[in-house]
Ligand binder design. Structure first.
Ligand SMILES: Cc1cc2nc3c(=O)[nH]c(=O)nc-3n(C[C@H](O)[C@H](O)[C@H](O)COP(=O)(O)O)c2cc1C
Ligand code: SF4
Length: 693
């Protein structure tokens, strides 16, 4: 039963000529699949429809060949040929009464056009602004270019209608959409009627909306996604200016979609941004227009959502990541199952699928983008197969997810944990600076497991080979995790580094167990994800004089894919951490570390009292190998299968572990893991159709 406090979230609301059935609005988000994996992307949106979202959008859709963002894989609407793929998506979105939206992106100064080889067009001739500083410049549009672009928008609108969409979002935020490029004095330095005053800079948006209304406005709603604060210096489109723009053009779109300026800020991770972090930028904008307003802020709490609507800040609750972590969030609120919501942890792993042009993952929701490829439904699962029980050894993210999912399939599960507390690495890492929200990975799973009668939990149970053989479980799932290496082996050193023992050295596990270095500390990061930066912050907070040394050109290099890298560097610099880039550690010495330039190998000594080695991790796989060595005894012991999963198999990010646990549980007794494993592809895929010459 729904809590009446949340009734307000289920009130229908008009958007132009249409009505949304509730206030849950899935704002545009990419998924790394885009045009390459159309059925996978469509099925993912269809699951959101089933989960109760009132409005569901595509990711950004490149609407014309003269503006595209290769290598990133989004959607395309360049010609009629693109319509069937998009129609498949809109149909999936509309299956449960949601409105289907398409976001049209003309990337202007953000589109290098590597694929189409067209010269990029922008309001003003400037270098292309991308993550990779591509060596390409845009040509300034003349009046006939602007006329063409207006027509291309109309063409795209007509095709969107044919593709079955109800709403069109015009992209003018995150620095990615042409409307923002016209609005901002940084990217629009024109001296004609499209530049200069705010009224002039708004002209292009007004013209496009008017053209599109003529073409499709009787049946489709038009929304405009605008930047709340461009945050790129004095010339940037500021929060004050966006308010002026909306006031001046109050009734322009059918809905205002508000999103903070840079993508890094807008999709800020939990390490740096709280829930509802954009509230201050959004507050009061709704009063400037009669049109409804949607805003974002990693909303996972229905109380915060209801407050946003009740206090008149927003009309719709915009969600990207919360809808990825739990596509059934609205349904769970509606059914009064708040405690079942799988809350986003704000890790931004979902963004890495786009940044690496692979396919997205979600730490909390391993079924994300596997709805079609593997047929995984986030809320439904097949009943168990032939066998009846499983011993899961290890309660980190892989073990917890395996136990949760196995119990849903109807297996009797015993979960053995060597330590006194459940949660494995997540229980430790959640205590590090900024990572408390990551604890949701274990909180959600422990709560769910606690509701199941068929899971028995055994803390303080370190198991050996004989005990496992004696227990009589049919399936053994080894999820014993990993530990940080103390010998510096990672990328720079593939064998133990010289000088070990000459300087006090600490591992991340030491620090997480409370064994802290003191004095002058070198944090050597050859891991390159978050841990090195987080531990440098921890040491600085503990009063150490910290130098972070890394062979990479960026602090926490891989976090460029989670859009955190800039914020991490800023935080460390503000905490007084000295950052030494492009530099390795060749050896430890009694007085510090011997460092080398990553390019010239020039050596120098960095004096230190201690070093923290953030290198690689070693799997805790002794039990697994012990069991494998006794394979001849399995049948007598009643064992049908033994598998190793997660960090115990090969260490990786937490999302890899929850995926491994989920996959194990899904695939147990399905024959996937037999002797002929790998002969058939383990997921469905689409391949490009060959043209008839
Ligand atoms: C994986 C991912 C992809 C995104 N892709 C887009 C996009 O294609 N177009 C867009 O306007 N915003 C995009 N965004 C930004 C979101 O729409 C949203 O504004 C932002 O994530 C904040 O909302 P949230 O806190 O609910 O995630 C993306 C966000 C994520 C997490
Ligand atoms: S990957 Fe992380 S940030 Fe993205 S939706 Fe999942 S839990 Fe949230």
């Amino acid at each position: 039963m729904r809590d009446p406090r949340y009734d307000i979230l289920f009130q229908p609301m008009a958007i132009g000529p249409l009505t949304a059935k509730n206030r849950f609005y899935q704002v545009p988000h990419c998924n790394g699949g885009g045009y390459r994996d159309p059925s996978a992307a469509a099925a993912m949106r269809g699951i959101k429809a089933e989960g109760g979202w009132g409005v569901i959008f595509t990711e950004q859709t490149e609407m014309h060949q003269t503006s595209e963002i290769t290598p990133f894989i989004e959607l395309r609407l360049w010609e009629d040929k693109d319509i069937p793929g998009l129609r498949k998506m809109s149909e999936a979105m509309k299956t449960h009464g949601a409105l289907a939206g398409i976001q049209l992106a003309y990337s202007g100064i953000n589109g290098p056009n590597f694929y189409t080889k067209e010269v990029p067009l922008a309001p003003t001739a400037l270098p292309i602004r991308t993550f990779t500083n591509d060596p390409v410049q845009a040509r300034a549009m003349d009046k006939s270019d602007i006329r063409n672009l207006r027509r291309w928008f109309v063409n795209a609108a007509k095709r969107s209608k044919l593709a079955g969409f109800d709403l069109i979002c015009l992209y003018g935020a995150h620095g990615f959409g042409i409307f923002q490029h016209f609005l901002s004095r940084a990217t629009n330095q024109r001296s004609d009627e499209y530049g200069g005053s705010l009224e002039n800079r708004s002209r292009f948006a007004r013209e496009v909306v008017a053209d599109m209304r003529d073409a499709v406005g009787d049946t489709m709603a038009l929304t405009m996604r605008v930047s709340l604060d461009e945050s790129i210096g004095d010339l940037g489109f500021s929060n004050a200016e966006v308010r002026e723009f909306i006031e001046m053009n109050a009734d322009l779109p059918d809905l205002w979609d508000l999103a903070q300026g840079t993508w890094e800020d807008c999709s800020g991770p939990s390490r740096f941004k709280e829930e509802a972090a954009q509230e201050v930028l959004v507050k009061g904008i709704r009063e400037l227009s009669s049109k409804p307003v949607v805003g974002v802020g990693r909303f996972t709490s229905p109380d915060v959502m209801a407050r946003m609507i009740r206090q008149g800040t927003l009309d719709f609750i915009g969600c990207a990541r919360p809808s990825i972590a739990d596509p059934f969030l609205p349904k769970k609120v509606e059914e009064g199952r708040i405690e079942d919501i799988r809350e986003c942890i704000g890790c931004n792993i979902c963004i890495t699928g786009d940044m690496t042009m692979s396919i997205s993952r979600c730490t909390q929701n391993p079924t994300f983008m596997e709805e079609w490829r593997k047929g995984w439904h986030p809320e439904k699962i097949a009943a168990r197969g032939e066998s009846e029980n499983v011993l899961v050894i290890g309660s980190g993210p892989a073990g917890l997810e395996a136990a949760r999912t196995l119990s849903l399939r109807g297996y009797d599960v015993a979960l053995a944990e060597a330590g006194d507390a459940f949660g494995g690495r997540v229980a430790r890492e959640r205590l590090l600076p900024g990572l408390s929200a990551w604890g949701r990975v274990m909180d959600y799973r422990l709560y769910q497991i606690g509701q199941r009668p068929n899971v028995q939990m055994y803390p303080g149970s370190e198991l050996g080979v004989e005990e496992v053989l004696d227990f009589g479980f049919q399936n053994i799932c080894v999820a014993t995790g990993s530990q940080w290496r103390a010998d510096g082996v990672a990328r720079q050193h593939v064998v133990p580094m010289p000088g070990l023992g000459s300087l006090p050295a600490f591992t991340p596990d030491d620090l997480m167990a409370g064994r802290m270095p003191a004095g002058r500390v070198v944090v050597y990061d050859d891991d390159h994800y978050y841990m090195g930066g987080v531990l440098a912050e921890l040491c600085a907070k503990a009063g150490c004089k910290v130098t972070l040394v890394t062979p990479a050109a960026f602090v926490s290099d891989w976090t460029r894919n989670t859009l955190e890298q800039g914020a991490i560097h800023r935080r460390l610099a503000e905490a007084g951490v000295k950052i030494v880039l492009n530099t390795g550690v060749t050896a430890l010495r009694a007085d510090g570390v011997e460092a080398n330039c990553a390019y010239t190998d020039a050596r120098r000594v960095i004096e230190a009292d201690a070093v923290v080695l953030v290198a690689s991790r070693a799997s805790n796989d002794a039990l697994y190998h012990g069991l494998k060595a006794r394979q001849a005894d399995w049948a007598d012991a009643g064992i049908r299968s033994v598998q190793i999963i997660g960090d115990a198999a090969a260490p990786g990010p937490i999302a890899w572990a929850t995926y491994a646990g989920h996959r194990y549980a899904r695939e147990l007794d399905t024959g996937v893991w037999g002797e002929d494993w790998g002969d058939t592809l383990s997921f469905r895929r689409e391949i490009t159709e060959l043209a008839v010459d």
